[in-house]
Design a protein around this ligand. Structure first.
Ligand code: SAJ
Length: 446
């Protein structure tokens, strides 16, 4: 369906580009705006600059059909969407420079009846206290002559296209009419439910969602450390606990990365003073994980002289190309500071401040493979090849992705974060794989 409205999307990153594309394929004329010339050029050629399954084909189609273009400056439109980053400043506060600049740059193009939607994640009250005053420089009255809503994105990198269409959305207006107008816009492609509220509630809701996850991961990480003392495999324990109908323990790992979970809790903390005790503590626990991993790996390498560690996977999670806030970068920093020799391999990352190596070269003469991200490729790694190339056969898995028995058969010592169980009979099987032996015992006792 062809729509007669034009949408300008400010920011063509991980959220802005897929969102712009969804509007374009839903029939809107879309202009994507980005400050980076190379990003603008790439998109106008029908290509993309980020890794996201399914996005490349959609962008190509939308550009070829003339529904999606990119430029460095906005143009007059009916709908403006702000999807620029809100990074963390040194003082752990939201850096709102990009949001301010994007708001300022649309002011000259704002006209009566326009709708401005902020998708960027922002601290509570930012729409009311910071964005509105910027937009009112247009001399139009917010809520009467133009409309404003905060509709935070909630999509998971790696599944953005599916989630943009299917997730429920929270739509926070500065007044009712703003919220309803925003809902109408998303109705063009959102198949999930849409819930209307005020802008400040929507801001807090978004931050609460990511904070909920961060705090729960901190709990899992703390339990992983505790497992060390009581000789338990935390991965098995989490799986068993989650058999309870009301329990959903998260998974431990090398820490929490990405531009959301590791950042958003701070946007609550900055507004909360010392009322945000648990949230702050959780951030600290998650931030302590890279050091915990290094201490563990070094223990396993005790006795190996001048060890070389092959770090496999540096992104903040598996199957994405994003290294922002990745805890694996902290692990690398610590290892380098401690003058440990390392090699780095990541099939999803093309460029990185340090040298990246292929599988063989990274494994050559290494003493330990350190799995930092759960990329699908690592499930297929050949332990036999690794055994041939490596000096000492140790593998330390922070994401519980490798198959223990396969690696043990090739002569590897296999360690996982939080796995201190010493029940060999348990390792031999796996959760829920006792059935055959049970039948034997049960029938012999009848
Ligand atoms: N992680 C763990 N243990 C777990 C789950 C995740 O250590 O049990 C780690 C991951 O390895 C990664 C980090 O947490 O380092 C974040 O990964 P993630 O997959 O949980 O989330 P993101 O950052 O990719 O996306 C999140 C999502 N938020 C929620 O699930 C509540 C997404 O829906 C949001 O849209 C996105 O943040 C965002 O943009 O805010």
């Amino acid at each position: 369906m062809r729509r007669d409205k034009k949408v300008v999307v400010m920011g063509l990153g991980y959220i802005g580009l897929p969102t712009a594309t969804m509007f374009a394929v839903s029939g809107y004329e879309v202009l994507g705006v980005d400050v980076k010339e190379d990003v603008v050029e790439t998109i106008n050629e029908g290509q993309i600059h980020i890794e996201e399954p399914g996005l490349a084909e959609m962008v190509k189609g939308a550009v070829m059909e003339g529904n999606l273009r990119a430029a460095r400056q906005p143009e007059p439109a009916e709908i403006f969407i702000i999807a620029v980053p809100t990074p963390l400043s040194k003082g752990k506060k939201a850096n709102l420079d990009y949001v301010r600049n994007a708001s300022r740059s649309i002011v000259p193009y704002l006209s009566e009846g326009n709708l401005v939607i902020v998708e960027s994640t922002i601290p509570p009250r930012t729409t009311e206290d910071i964005i509105l005053p910027e937009l009112e420089e247009s001399e139009l009255e917010a809520g009467e002559e133009f409309f404003v809503a905060h509709c935070p994105e909630r999509v998971l990198p790696g599944q953005i296209i599916h989630e943009l269409a299917h997730n429920n959305r929270v739509i926070g207006g500065i007044n009712e009419v703003s919220a309803l107008k925003a809902r109408k816009v998303y109705d063009s492609f959102v198949q999930g439910k849409m819930f209307i509220t005020d802008a400040t509630t929507a801001e807090l809701v978004k931050l609460m969602e990511n904070t909920y996850r961060d705090v729960n991961i901190a709990l899992a990480n703390e339990l992983a450390k505790i497992a060390e003392g009581v000789k338990v495999d935390i991965w098995e324990a989490v799986e068993l606990a989650n058999k309870h109908p009301r329990v959903n323990v998260h998974y431990p790992g090398p820490g929490v990365g990405g531009h959301c979970l590791a950042v958003d809790p701070w946007f609550i903390i900055e507004k909360a003073g010392d009322r945000a005790q648990l949230i702050r503590k959780s951030r600290m626990i998650n931030n302590s994980m890279p050091g915990f991993v290094v201490r563990n790996v070094k223990e396993k390498l005790f006795g190996v002289r001048e060890p070389k560690i092959a770090v496999f996977g540096i992104t903040y999670k598996g199957n994405v190309d994003d290294t922002r806030e990745s805890p694996v970068l902290d692990i690398i920093d610590i290892l380098e500071k401690e003058k440990v020799e390392i090699s780095i391999h990541d099939p999803h990352v093309e460029e990185f401040g340090r040298e990246l190596e292929g599988v063989d070269s990274a494994l050559e003469d290494a003493d330990c493979i350190l799995i930092g991200a759960d990329h699908k490729e690592f499930k297929e790694l050949s332990p036999e090849l690794a055994a041939e190339l490596m000096e000492t056969k140790i593998i330390f898995d922070t994401k519980n992705i490798i198959e223990r028995q396969k690696w043990e058969r090739a002569g590897f010592e296999v360690y996982k974060i939080g796995d201190y169980s010493n029940y060999d009979w348990q390792k031999k099987y796996g959760i829920n794989e006792f059935e055959e032996s049970y039948q034997e015992i049960a029938s012999s006792e009848e």
